[in-house]
Design a protein around this ligand. Structure first.
Ligand code: SF4
Ligand code: SF4
Length: 177
């Protein structure tokens, strides 16, 4: 068993009734994570994506979660207040079955980092309807070793292009250096 440590946990509460689908959350998230910061914005690079169907009055902000190397074998349909939501609408996984939460140029997985370094998540700050609100609490958890972001990125590249191609590319790059 690992050691117990105190951890600050931020929760973003999403009120679907208040979301009007303006996509300000996508804009600020992609701008904050642009390189250099705020140099561009492209919702395809955002770590929060809007599932929108204005005809059915459906607006669901979904946050990028864990990388999943394989697609799951099941699908869920939610019916809430008479509105039917799509099979993968609430799912946060970066999964091979779709393009959501993948960096459009490289295909690398994106993950919400709660705007590391910022006092408050920027999507929450920019949501003028208060569909997004943030709460913080302290929890005692067991220390666990998580794979580094670099490992996850490499795993997804190998998944996409195959180990041989990645090894070739690295060998070419090291020769250039
Ligand atoms: S908390 Fe920050 S990183 Fe996460 S989706 Fe919102 S703006 Fe993006
Ligand atoms: S900024 Fe708020 S209201 Fe606008 S799409 Fe995002 S969650 Fe919805």
């Amino acid at each position: 068993m690992g050691e117990k440590i105190k951890k600050k946990v931020k929760t973003i509460k999403i009120d679907l009734e208040k979301c009007n689908g303006c996509r300000a959350c996508e804009v600020i998230c992609s701008a904050f994570h642009a390189s250099p910061k705020y140099s561009s914005n492209n919702p395809a690079r955002s770590r929060v994506r809007m599932i929108r169907d204005p005809i059915k009055d459906i607006y669901v902000p979904v946050y990028a979660g864990e990388y999943a190397p394989a697609e799951c074998m099941g699908r869920d349909v939610y019916v809430i207040d008479g509105k039917e939501y799509g099979e993968c609408d609430f799912c946060r996984a970066v999964c091979p079955s779709r393009d959501r939460f993948k960096e459009p140029d490289s295909g690398l997985p994106l993950k919400c980092d709660m705007c590391e370094g910022e006092e408050e998540p920027l999507c929450v700050k920019w949501c003028i309807t208060d569909a997004l609100t943030c709460e913080e609490r302290e929890e005692e958890v067991e220390e666990e070793e998580k794979p580094a972001d670099m490992d996850i990125a490499l795993e997804s590249l190998v998944e996409k292009h195959g180990l041989e191609k990645i090894a070739d590319a690295v060998a070419r790059m090291s020769k250039k250096g």
